[in-house]
Design a protein around this ligand. Structure first.
Ligand SMILES: *Cc1c(COP(=O)(O)O)cnc(C)c1O
Length: 398
């Protein structure tokens, strides 16, 4: 699943380039850096491979989302539609720019149900934010259509789906803006890092400036640069970018191991009656970092999750998870913040605690997800799939 499993010589080589020169900053210091520009090189590598016009690295996936929202001019009182199943960073970013997270139901794609999105649109809606959970895609065809019809933006949270594609295009490059995370447990890691992708030049200029205190990056004299707009410091360091660049060079290897392992698991479970698989709209495009199955009831899913754990098969039961599903987001439901929100902001927030997310519950409560390791040998995957098969058959035949 995560790139850190493949930590090795390539990461050390790129890091060493930076350590040798001692220039840990991505901008300026031309005469001292032995011509190493790891952040720039990583951006260009993504741009080239993913066939996108512009890439801006950031300090994290969270700051990538914040940057994308800012770059598109999303702020006070604007509504952003996102799914009930995501990582908390998605709604944190929306709240941080003063906007309103509107959480809507998911379907068996494990992300936005386009019908729920359509129903949630109001005159305040500015953005649909699909989250491509666990390596695979939201229904971008339907969502793009809805966005177009209502003249709103599509900002992809592709943080969990680096390298995945939909109908031949990379996730993160299909909406108006797309965001990736390179935190320590993502498909490719920088330690900490993120990226914003766009084909829109104006948005790119904003991302370039916003992540560096508004610097316009014109000329070679940092001190003399102008600041067309306010910004913040969401820069990535050269050390982090060096790791990301090294990992990126192994993306094909990462994807092919994951896809092969997933195929073995899925084939092994195909014939089991009483389970089904996550609906993946473009199976070939799945980055295959995870493998999700549905049981028919919550009770069976809980049983399966526990029984798999007992047999040493790592798995996630998201319905009880603190970080990824609305049920346990009490800090959001109670709007607990250290610094209080403006009254006007707070008053616009929906009552998440009393909202009806039963459609999402009905999906997530039946879902069990197995993370796919890059380190499993062929024999180990075979063995694991036999164990999974046995465990599930036993539960389902009772
Ligand atoms: C990891 C993640 C983020 C945030 O990324 P960080 O780099 O950890 O800040 C945002 N959205 C989703 C869906 C994620 O999984």
């Amino acid at each position: 699943m995560p790139g850190y499993e493949l930590w090795g010589d390539n990461e050390k080589k790129h890091l060493n380039d930076v350590i040798e020169s001692g220039i840990l900053m991505r901008y300026n210091f031309e005469s001292l850096r032995n011509n190493h520009w790891k952040a720039k090189e990583f951006e260009q590598a993504i741009q080239k491979r993913m066939k996108v016009e512009h890439v801006q690295l950031t300090s994290s996936g969270t700051t990538a989302l914040l940057t994308a929202l800012n770059a598109a001019g999303i702020g006070a009182g604007d509504e952003v539609i996102l799914p009930t199943f995501t990582f908390v960073a998605s709604f944190e970013a929306v709240l941080s720019v003063g906007a309103i997270p509107i959480l809507v139901d998911i379907d068996e794609t494990l992300t936005l149900d386009p019908k729920a999105v359509e129903q949630a649109i109001t005159p305040r809606t500015k953005v649909i934010m699909p989250v491509h959970m666990c390596g695979a895609m939201a229904d971008l065809t339907a969502l793009k259509e809805i966005a177009k019809k209502h003249n709103i933006l599509l900002i992809e949270d592709a943080c969990q789906s680096f390298g995945a594609t939909y109908k031949g295009k990379y996730l993160g490059t299909i909406g108006d803006l797309g965001c990736f995370s390179f935190d320590f447990v993502k498909t490719v890691t920088c330690g900490e890092g993120g990226a914003v992708l766009t084909n829109n030049k104006e948005y790119y200029i904003h991302t370039d400036q916003y992540t560096d205190h508004g610097h316009d990056h014109i000329g070679n004299n940092r001190g003399a640069e102008n600041h067309p707009n306010l910004g913040l410091n969401y820069r990535i360091s050269e050390l982090h970018a060096a790791v990301g660049l090294a990992q990126f060079e192994r993306l094909d290897e990462i994807l092919s191991i994951q896809r092969e392992n997933k195929k073995i698991l899925k084939n092994a479970l195909k014939e089991i009656e009483g389970i089904s698989f996550r609906k993946i709209l473009d199976e070939e495009g799945d980055n295959a970092s995870f493998f999700s199955i549905f049981l028919t009831t919550e009770e069976l899913a809980r049983k399966a999750s526990l029984a798999l754990s007992a047999k040493g098969i790592g798995n996630a039961y998201w319905f009880d998870n603190n970080w990824h599903y609305i049920k346990k987001w009490d800090h959001l439901k109670l709007v607990k913040t250290l610094a209080p929100l403006y009254k006007e902001h707070k008053e616009l927030l929906p009552n998440y605690a009393s909202a009806d997310y039963s459609k999402s519950d009905a999906v997530i409560s039946r879902t069990v997800t197995i993370p796919i390791s890059l380190l499993w040998t062929h024999e180990e995957v075979q063995k694991k799939s036999n164990i999974i098969k046995e465990v599930l058959s036993e539960i389902l035949n009772k």
